[in-house]
Write a protein that binds this ligand. Sequence first.
Ligand code: FE
Ligand code: FE
Ligand code: ZN
Length: 278
Amino acid sequence: MIYIGCHLSVANGYEAMGRTMLAFGGNTFAYFTRNPRGGRSREADPEDAGALNALLRREGFGPLVAHGSYTMNLCAANPQTRANGLDMLEKDLAVMELFPGNLYNFHPGAHVGQGAEAGVALIAEALNRVLTPEGSTTVLLETMAGKGSEVGASFEELREIIDRVERRERIGVCFDTCHTWDAGYDLAGDLDGVLTRFDRVIGLDRLRAVHFNDSKNERGSRKDRHEKLGRGALGLEAMKRVALHPALAGRPFILETPNDDAGYIEEIRLVREWLGGE
Ligand code: FE
Ligand code: FE
Ligand code: ZN
């Protein structure tokens, strides 16, 4: 069993997202804590958050996977950009405490010419500044496609970040199937091999969420263009094997496929049909 859902807009509030996902037939969801391109966050309303928490419990939802802004680059070369990123992360994590015990994922960052090693060190340093023992949110590093100077396209790089974080109990990984494929991992031809490798390098217990996307491009393209399930280079059978893999059971699966509402409803239905056959 896995949880399945998609990205939703927080524009109408927190509880509204829960209701929308119920109507979509899913039992988890993701949302951008801020406008994905701009940096502004929505005013957090504790009463609305409480209503969502009650809905999640009542309906047996899996963990939510909030997504940090794309503009947050914790390893930017420009110190002001890094400081802005740290500020966003700190504020996002404070708001996340309205929903205790859920997940928050973000793109580790782009080192923009400083080198991956410097990037890894800066990202870990930022995490060490914001992760407190009181916080209940698990912060997930997303597996990246390796576009430009992105950090985190290899399991080894993610491991290096995790190794430098003091509060490792609060760190996990969000496994994006499109990104991992674009980074060169053969999810279609050797899923067991990829997951075994992940387990050896990072540990499957750290894999806490999946971004469930097909890819427009061939393996190793380092492009990061998502595709609808079964319409891309990974293909429907490969996506189905991922959804049913026992090593990924219990995780929230978030669709980030290029769809309108009807398309998401259909993909959620399809995944639930696969799960029904388990
Ligand atoms: Fe992402
Ligand atoms: Fe993703
Ligand atoms: Zn992507």
